[in-house]
Design a protein around this ligand. Sequence first.
Ligand SMILES: Cc1ncc(C[n+]2csc(CCOP(=O)(O)OP(=O)(O)O)c2C)c(N)n1
Length: 630
Amino acid sequence: MDLTAIQNPQFLKNMSNEQLVQLSKDIRQFLIEKLSKTGGHIGPNLGVVELTIALHKMFDSPKDKLIWDVGHQSYVHKILTGRACQFDTLRQYKGLCGFPKRSESEHDVWETGHSSTSLSAAMGMAIARDLKGTDEYIVPIIGDGALTGGMALEALNHIGHEKKDIIVILNDNEMSIAPNVGALHNILGRLRTAGKYRWVKDELEMLLKKIPAVGGKLAATAERLKDSIKYLLVSGVFFEELGFTYFGPVDGHNFDDLFENLQYAKKTKGPVLVHVITKKGKGYHPAENDKVGTWHGTGPYKIETGDFIQTKQAGPSWSKLVSETVRKLAREDERIVAITPAMPVGSKLEGFASEFPDRMYDVGIAEQHAATMAAGLATQGMKPFLAIYSTFLQRAYDQIVHDICRQNLNVFLGIDRAGLVGADGETHQGVFDIAFLRHIPNIVLMMPKDENEGQHMVYTALKYDDGPIALRFPRGNGLGVPLDDELKQIPIGTWEVLREGKDVAILTFGTTIPMALEAADQLAKEHISVKVVNARFIKPMDEAMLHELLQANMPILTIEEAVLQGGFGSAVLEFAHDHGYYGAVIERMGIPDRFIEHGSVNQLLQEIGLTTANVVERISTLIPRKQKRA
Ligand SMILES: Cc1ncc(C[n+]2csc(CCOP(=O)(O)OP(=O)(O)O)c2C)c(N)n1
């Protein structure tokens, strides 16, 4: 079938199961081909082909609300809702978003990227429906990984209590990105192998009714009996205890099984949970056999071999550099414990995990718990290293304020994917962490200029005994500079002059240093002498150097790949104001006050005006300002 001809899911209503099986094959083929060129979340999407078709056949989107948790598995939904023709642009600048997007389609009723929000959103929509007196179905689709997130559990608790009509589809493939973890995972494992609970209950009720004289009475107490039966058979039906009617396990690749259970779910009052078992990567051998999560999300690959198409990188992966340096130091310091909220592969902690299995904790998608657990470890004199992406650290803001910083505990935050991340777009840009950490008392916040300084900063962080310390580093790879054999501590709060100059000073750190140096080179040709400072400590700042610059009346340009509001440049402005340098010429470059969509990092930097050419231009306007003032 020509998938690009699909306008909306209506066409599914009249299709036979045989036709749907063929459609599933066509969709898989389409995804494997398109994603081999663009990259994307291949494994999760191949796993939900039949499930998505079944949902669109059984429900009436957009009237009925299909809410995709995380949203990385919404590609099949995008195909069925008329967007197949845009797949060549998937995750590219101005192209199709890799997550649900309300502006893209009326069928995308909820935007995601971060995990575990679907059940709360569903509850909000269900309350609105009931207040308005409408009758749409509300259908959140959540993975077994996303279900480990605290928000999802909070919502389950509330939905079960309120008894709202919500049909939760649990897509259980036993994987988060990496294999799923936790007690909940074990409960699902038991349910998976326990056989179909609904049938057992129904059959027993029928059987009881058939017994003469006492049968009716017994059947009347079947509700109570249900409890003992399920305990007998399933040793604790977690979801029923929470107030949900549980249907499952359902074979998520079998249309008969899916339709039958979704039909039951539609007829059932109150909250329902349909437990669907799927296979991540289904239909594409390399993805189907992936045991670690490599095929969760990928770049381009060769279809025949499953080899990834690598672009040559100058330096080592930042995540690897940081995690491996922590691992090296953990050999000498038994207090070091590594923590990841469900990202052992992305954070490159596999080596640490194999060498120190007792000192490595994957806590599931539980950033808040991870942060407070780190604080707990630190109270006992341990040295926790919390490896966490900037964007997901947003979830743990209160834990950082209340538990880590307020108690001034020695927690080392390794803030990965800091700055623009590219193809994942708005929900994943790591651009807020400076603004939401800088104002918290006690924290030290730093970012290295290259991987060599990065490894020294890891050492500095793990030697630091005065409270929380955070190292932010970008997505991708280092610059390819040589690495010193011996690690050394960098004095806290010290900046480094990379290039002397007398007309203007650029204060910047991390990924924007190369553009500052290039701009300085170009301006030198126009006889403008630019001082470039590696402002590697965002907090505390190098106050001595700031006083020196401001006293010398040097115009200052700050550059950061982070939001301007509340950022590093704001800190410099505050400093100047607070110390009475009222006439200081200070300009800031960074990310404007809006969400930045997907695209390559370079395209995004162009869009927001954060390039060498923009720096040159900005400095050219700074010099006349200084002259005017003088
Ligand atoms: C708050 C948050 N933390 C971490 C992630 C990174 N992440 C994206 S998908 C995913 C795993 C989701 O597993 P599951 O819900 O089972 O979906 P599957 O990919 O297995 O279909 C994780 C950890 C995220 N998106 N949001």
